[in-house]
Design a binder for this molecule. Sequence first.
Ligand SMILES: [Zn+2]
Ligand SMILES: [Zn+2]
Length: 451
Amino acid sequence: MLGGAEEIGANCCYLDLDGTGILIDAGLHPRDRSSRAFPDIDVLGDRPTDVLVVTHAHTDHIGAVPYVMRRLPHLRPIMTHATRDLSHIVLHNGARLLRGDISASFPKQWLEFYGREEIEALRYAFEAVPYDDPLRLRGYSGRSAIDLGLHWSGHILGSSSVSLNVKGFSVLHTADIMLSDQFVVPKARIPRHHVDVLITEATNAATKQLPTYAEETKRLAAFVNGIVARNGSVLIPCFALGKLQEMVVHLYSMMRRGSIPHLPIYTGGIGVRINKVYDQYCYSDPMKRPGFEVSDIPQERLRRDELLHGDFMRNPSIVLAPSGMMNFGTMSNTLARQWFTRPEFGIAFIGYQDPESPGHSLLASEKKKPFDFGSTRSSRVCEVERFRFSSHASGEHLVELAEDIRPSTVVITHGDAGACESLALEIHERLPGTRIIIPQHGKPYTLLQSE
Ligand SMILES: [Zn+2]
Ligand SMILES: [Zn+2]
């Protein structure tokens, strides 16, 4: 692991498959701007590097591609069509955030990789492949051909799990995976075939059983109705890619069913452009309701220059604003400070919070008691509540996947130490003969000895 070992960080996994070097993902750390912001390419030394697979367009998986492609310009970057179409929106946005967020430890020369032209040029270098259509890689550093397949992982538009087969030896990397339906996208479709090594994510593995979407929907409706009864507005901080589309569709269907009143829904930032990419793929990619377009749902535009005095400050509304963890300089961070002073307003968290993010400390805060909101000391009188509409599989589902596949080795990544350990324990109990690895940063592991 060059990043993302025992954390959700600059995710990057390196595999040497019989001499061919494959990198899976090149993520930007969600928060860290030290040397751990990017995958640790230097660990590789003179090992072979041939192909870069990008599993999906979330920043913690794609955000360091400009850096990695500059360091290793000969890499062949491969992804799905939708991920390629989302890539430049996400990378330009990431570049904007990086430029506004330079800590003393962040080397300034790194920003050069994130210029407008650099990102546009990358887009044309990206090679898109369809789901479940194996691509034969040959003629690289290794002796043998490799069959690479991307499979629908149920996480967000364009997301994929990766299968790699070399000389009858098979690896499946789940990447970010969801094993039950969401509101817009259906659950993963992992092909049934022999797998020797399963590399799995573990985001939610510490929670064995997540509450169901139906249970959380009931709680969310009660929360929204409570706030609206007091003439307040609800702020939902969420990732612009995936979470925002899921919640727009879900809130609108709650309104249509009458479980919450018809309210203006505000969306903004890159979310609006991402909605359009979802709509472009509404027939060709896996969708719960093929042909349904997110942009058809009425949405008010959230404008950066109107954040302090938008109509939502006067009339009950629902505001969906990035970022999901309320990082400094983002819309949700600016809006939250407005919300803090209004006892009738409410903030509903719906996604993962990095332990050191402003969102995490707000969630742990109590009314009228001071807390650190990023670098500033704040206090709040508004309501704050957490809901679990995760787009990552529960621990139980991940264990079932391992039981189903029965690999000889399981490698656990993309989760904090506690999540990785509890998944390891659970799999060990159910599949006692299986070798389980929780890889450490930069440490090599032999997955199969050649005779
Ligand atoms: Zn993701
Ligand atoms: Zn991720």
